[in-house]
Write a protein of this length. Structure first.
Lengths: 237, 237
């Protein structure tokens, strides 16, 4: 009996979540952003996906590879509880856990044949950053996996949406296939939960672009869009 | 970017599934068998479970440590399809996958304080063998995790139950707390899917007992019960 198990990266996620912020806190919350599951060369075997189109949803088991860790802490402070209330790590879906394993159910939109990466899965509703390593893909089985039930501290959390305003000339700088996704991500309020000051300028990396915005009450306004890597002067920072 | 991740065993499952057969094929199918999640000493920290009682269901992410593996195969033959039809490994929940990771949703019945193992979780509906290593425990979030949908090849599979008959003197040899669980496991037909011959004698290890039985049409009859390790002569073997 071994105390550790070595798991191999079988695939990686590719999508517009190119930065640290704006990634949905759970799967299924943002449906307009597509994620492609690209298998590593060793696992690029068409047969391994035989029959997968018959399932409407899949599970992804993946690695929180961007979560900085120094050992583990028994409690975490969920951002959506304002960052002040402590909850046991096993009562949370926090990335900061003994094993940095993430679990997401996603909608399977299709299987795509690509020239360079073999068959890839196209899914929506993922809450994974671009490049995230994936350890397993499983079919979602409603008869075993779907339950109504009590959801602890997460039940009190509302589903507030922001009204999003983007000047036409800024929207045009975003690749067309990424626009709907960006609008949905912004409507979900991508600010850190414990850092919400009216009038403050925030930045978000999405589809390789740096999106600047402010939030006033329930309205989010995009103020600037720049290709990543360029950092224009920020009058408020 | 590393191609492998080392995951640590944080807990182990303890239950009456002491053998290779009779373990439900998915979670939630057998509710009368209790499983205790006993944390490894390093993770035996009461604070890590703070707030977990507010959730009705949990996810267990665990290791198929009993699945023999020699590399991986792109397709598997699901026992419930009779063992002859091949399905892609990522379209199945087979244990024989690139990473031997299992995923199960279980009902949380309570948190028990024990003298020797600290706080343990008592759950029902698990499909894990006794002693199974667990890598993560997460709360089940219905708003993100529950979906209706299509379930591919598993949709055609019925929910056949067997009528179970156990002579009183044999039932009494089973520990009282394990009897309901055994009856439910037997009603689920614990025979291997590709090995179903009327009149044949089968054996099942449950709660450390060796249960012998036959199946004739829809009726399962227990013929002998012995403490594990004793192997009485089997007239048919």
């Amino acid at each position: 009996m071994s105390g550790t198990w070595e798991m191999r990266v079988i695939a990686r996620a590719h999508n517009d979540y190119t930065g640290k912020f704006g990634i949905p806190r759970q799967s299924g919350l943002v449906s307009e952003v597509l994620t492609r599951i690209v298998f590593e060369p060793e696992y690029r075997v068409p047969e391994a996906l035989r029959g997968i189109e018959g399932f409407s949803h899949l599970w992804l088991i993946w690695v929180f590879d961007q979560a900085e860790r120094e050992g583990w802490s028994p409690t975490i402070r969920p951002p959506r509880l304002g960052g002040n209330t402590r909850v046991g790590v096993f009562a949370s879906r926090s990335p900061y856990r003994p094993n940095p394993i993430g679990l997401s159910s996603v909608r399977l939109l299709g299987v795509e044949r690509t020239a360079d990466a073999g068959l890839t899965l196209v899914v929506s509703g993922a809450d994974l950053a671009d490049g995230t390593p994936i350890l397993d893909v499983k079919p979602y089985l409603p008869y075993a996996d779907a339950h109504a039930g009590e959801a602890g501290f997460t039940e009190a959390l509302g589903d507030q949406r922001l009204e999003v305003s983007v000047p036409e000339e800024l929207l045009e700088q975003i690749p067309e296939t990424s626009r709907k996704g960006l609008l949905e991500v912004l409507s979900r309020d991508p600010r850190p939960g414990y850092q919400r000051t009216a009038g403050r300028a925030y930045g978000l990396s999405f589809a390789g672009m740096n999106i600047r915005f402010t939030v006033d009450a329930d309205r989010l306004t995009v103020t600037d869009v720049q290709p990543e890597g360029q950092h224009p002067g920020n009058p408020r920072a």
